[in-house]
Design a protein around this ligand. Structure first.
Ligand code: FMN
Length: 187
């Protein structure tokens, strides 16, 4: 009985550990939360953990003000201070990173996160959400993954201002991206 119990307990521990090996890290600004929505979908379908990147000084609620500020910030590669993540990257072997597109680049808080993290030896998947102009986001994010195996990337388009929360990219394309993450979890 004792042996059976410890086997069950150990098995449980092993499963919890296996399920906790993938982490989704994302930043999302707009009130439709496009990047959050995709991050949560990945979390739900893969059993990954999830962590949100939060700037220490929150951005204004005024969208146009943020668009203006971000134009200047992005142009000079400004890295706003961010709060420490609520998890430790060292606990995960696979990291999924999601960002909105800001002026053809990754959002500034994601630049801070990626520039200050070590992804070497990890498996990484990258996605950006955008409104039709994804620029060089995926290329720029990939360049910050020195020593990592970037096994999947995806640009995901949503509508512009009036239809900001509506998905333009077809769901099967997103499903394929998530399937690559699931396949990676089995390798
Ligand atoms: C500051 C700012 C700059 C943006 N620049 C771009 C851009 O260059 N290209 C683009 O396609 N969309 C751009 N957008 C639209 C967002 O990338 C898009 O709506 C994204 O899905 C928003 O993600 P979120 O809801 O997680 O914040 C910009 C939005 C903001 C707020």
């Amino acid at each position: 009985m004792k042996k059976l119990l410890s086997t069950i307990l150990l098995g449980g521990l092993f499963m919890a550990n296996a399920a906790a090996k993938t982490l989704v890290v994302y930043y999302s600004y707009s009130d439709t939360g496009n990047t959050r929505r995709i991050a949560q979908e990945i979390q739900k379908k893969t059993g990954a953990d999830i962590a949100e990147i939060e700037p220490v000084v929150p951005y204004s609620d005024n969208y146009d003000e943020v668009v203006d500020k971000a134009k200047r910030d992005v142009a000079r590669n400004f890295k706003p201070e961010i709060k420490p993540l609520k998890v430790s990257l060292s606990d995960y072997d696979t990291i999924i990173i999601g960002t909105p597109t800001w002026w053809y680049k990754m959002a500034s808080p994601v630049l801070t996160f990626m520039s200050s993290s070590d992804f070497s030896g990890k498996k990484v998947a990258l996605f950006c959400t955008h409104a039709g102009w994804p620029g060089t986001v995926i290329k720029d994010m990939s360049a910050l993954c020195t020593g990592a195996d970037v096994f999947a990337t995806q640009e995901i388009q949503f509508g512009t201002r009036a239809k900001a929360g509506s998905l333009v990219t077809k769901q099967p394309e997103i499903d394929d991206f998530i399937a690559k993450i699931q396949k990676n979890q089995r390798r």
